[in-house]
Design a protein around this ligand. Structure first.
Ligand code: DGT
Ligand code: CA
Ligand code: CA
Length: 575
């Protein structure tokens, strides 16, 4: 079974969780968490590194022990340590950990103090009011748990786009190499770049004698074949991800791609337009009576119904069809439009590379500038900077800029927005910087009014952009409650900006908020929030989300050349 980065990361993450429940050495736990992050966010395939004989120890945070574990996982598909740990704890502990909002600390307390061992028991304990009696739990947490369990039961599992991408791209490469295969495309929500996908929909065109169907069912990561016919098959991968595949004739490829890309709402709206024009549209083509008038590519399908090509990210029936009719479709931003990144960390706080390594990686990415934005002192877990350490880093950046050519480092900070809306560093310290990235890292539970007020007040200081503006973590932490429209309007007034964080767990701003910012005339910065040189690879997911939010190149702050960017951010530094 081929092992993907996400599999290795999940094993390390589970080991860390189980060790934490067993109250193991915190450093050991930390090491597994870091390793999970390193591997999970790596843009290269670890299995390939192993096959090539690369030294895994050159990866950040991977030493002898972890490197041996990775080799074991790649070779055997599992990890003996994890199996041992699982045997030592009741199986339901693993289940409990999957519920959002219940981390290892809470599982530990529930397991040790309430003897809760199954999700069912957890539900009953919450319903009967027994959880609130535990130290550190309270009524509110109990209610949260109750809701989380209900949501967990009712909601089918979805996969984060970046995780699905690891499985999807490997499978596509495998299918593309099957004899007789001509085209392979992942359609569905994956192609529309939704932040999570329910399943993968793969479309293939192949010669009639191609063994692609058999090969698909025989893919060594398939756990179960749900259905297999002459032109369609569905399987479940060992990761739990379902994959539907269809094989279509080449002349229908565009029609099928249009159909299976969806969304369903978009397709229904397109079909209605076709009907009005006396046409019939399905996954084989567009027909007038018996005659097929389009279908070999998507452009022909849209042309047949009188529309220009609509990019997949817009196909949600959220106004794209009207815009297409009126010739007002946006020209969407592309990864290659980005000229820099305005939010990254280095070893000075919780990043894993040096200033120079980050600068060179950004340059290799084709960037012209990179803003270094460490955490501020309040965030002690990340070893945030105080004024003295910040000043020292500024000197280092100045010195490094003297040496570097073709890339400019900007001096910034990711400063904590405190509960009262003040910033974690005084204005006169911030004033020395090129830009200030403000972020909420605490008190997520404030009321909407207070949370909004807090952020509006923060903008009265030197303030360039609001990082991850709602603080949500996909399927892990709900967004904090905030009046985003008021914040966008204040940003407009103030001349500052909002971030779209490209980290696959964040992708925050939501697409609809991006659209809102665009309408209000507030530029968005698509940032990696990189904690290592590998993380720039995440920018493609940020760009995907931006495209879903209708953003064009001109709507994105970091598509601006350096000189223009400097003018724009300079204004934000005067309160
Ligand atoms: P997902 O998998 O939940 O993330 O979302 P999708 O959009 O990938 O949905 P999925 O996998 O159920 O179906 C793939 C595409 O097939 C969908 O986007 C549009 C098309 N499709 C599915 N069912 C229908 C339908 O009943 N009518 C129409 N017009 N299209 C459909
Ligand atoms: Ca799908
Ligand atoms: Ca599907």
């Amino acid at each position: 079974m081929p092992i993907h980065n996400a599999d290795i990361a999940a094993i390390f993450e589970e080991i860390a969780d189980l060790l934490e429940i067993q109250e193991a050495n915190p450093f050991r736990i930390r090491a597994y968490r870091n390793a999970a992050r390193t591997v999970g966010e790596l843009s290269q395939d670890v299995r390939m590194l192993v096959e090539r004989g690369d030294d895994l120890k050159r990866l950040p945070g991977i030493g002898d022990d972890l490197s041996a574990k990775i080799l074991e996982i790649v070779a055997t598909g599992c990890c003996s340590l994890l199996e041992r740990l699982r045997k030592e704890l009741p199986p339901a502990v693993t289940e409990l950990l999957k519920i959002p909002g219940i981390g290892p600390k809470r599982v530990k307390a529930l397991y040790h103090d309430l003897e809760v061992q199954t999700v069912e028991q957890l539900y009953r304990a919450a319903r009967d009011g027994r959880i609130r009696t535990l130290p550190g739990f309270g009524e509110k947490t109990e209610l949260n748990i109750l809701q989380a369990v209900e949501a967990h039961v009712s909601q089918a599992r979805r996969f984060k786009l970046a995780v699905a991408a690891q499985y999807a791209e490997a499978l596509c490469a495998y299918l593309a190499a099957v004899p007789g295969v001509k085209q392979v495309t992942i359609a569905g929500s994956f192609r529309r770049m939704r932040e999570t996908v329910g399943d993968l929909d793969i479309l293939v065109s192949a010669m009639p004698d191609s063994p692609v169907m058999q090969r698909f069912a025989a893919y060594d990561e398939v756990a179960e074949v749900l259905a297999a016919g002459a032109t369609r098959a569905s399987v479940i991968l060992k990761s739990g991800l379902q994959v539907d595949m269809r094989v279509v004739a080449e002349e229908s490829y565009g029609a099928a791609l249009q159909y299976f890309t969806g969304s369903k709402a978009h397709n229904i709206a397109i079909r209605r337009i076709a009907q009005k024009r006396g046409l019939k549209i399905n996954e084989y083509g567009v027909y007038r009576g018996e005659a097929r008038i389009a279908g070999e590519n998507e452009e022909s399908v849209y042309r047949a119904v009188g529309l220009p090509y609509i990019p997949p990210e817009l196909r949600e029936d959220r106004g794209e069809i009207e815009a297409a009719h009126a010739g007002r479709l946006p020209h969407l931003v592309e990864l290659a439009d980005l000229r820099g990144d305005l939010h990254v960390h280095t070893r000075a706080t919780d990043g894993r590379n040096t200033l120079r390594e980050m600068a060179l990686a950004a340059q290799a990415q084709g960037f012209e500038y990179l803003a270094i934005t460490e955490h501020s002192r309040r965030l002690t877990v990340a070893h945030g900077l105080d004024p003295l350490r910040l000043a020292r880093q500024c000197d280092e950046i100045d010195a490094l800029n003297e040496q570097l050519t073709g890339i400019t480092l900007l001096k910034g900070i990711e400063v904590d927005i405190l509960e009262d809306g003040s910033l974690d560093l005084p204005d006169n310290v911030l004033a020395r910087l090129d830009l200030v990235v403000g972020a909420v890292h605490s008190k997520f539970g404030l009321s909407r009014a207070r949370q909004t007020e807090r952020i509006l007040r923060a903008m009265e200081h030197p303030f360039t952009l609001l990082a991850h503006p709602t603080g949500r973590l996909i399927e892990k932490r709900e967004p904090y409650d905030v009046d985003i429209l008021r914040i966008i309007r204040q940003a407009k007034k103030r001349g500052c900006f909002l971030e779209l964080n490209a980290h696959p767990e964040r992708l925050d701003l939501l697409d609809t908020y991006c659209q809102m910012a665009k309408e209000e005339g507030v530029l968005i910065s698509i940032n990696s929030d990189a904690h290592s040189t590998f993380d720039f690879a995440n920018l493609r997911f940020g760009v995907g989300q931006a495209r879903r939010g209708w953003l064009g190149k001109q709507d994105v702050l970091n598509t601006r050349p350096l000189a223009e960017l400097r003018t724009l951010i300079k204004r934000t530094m005067q309160p």
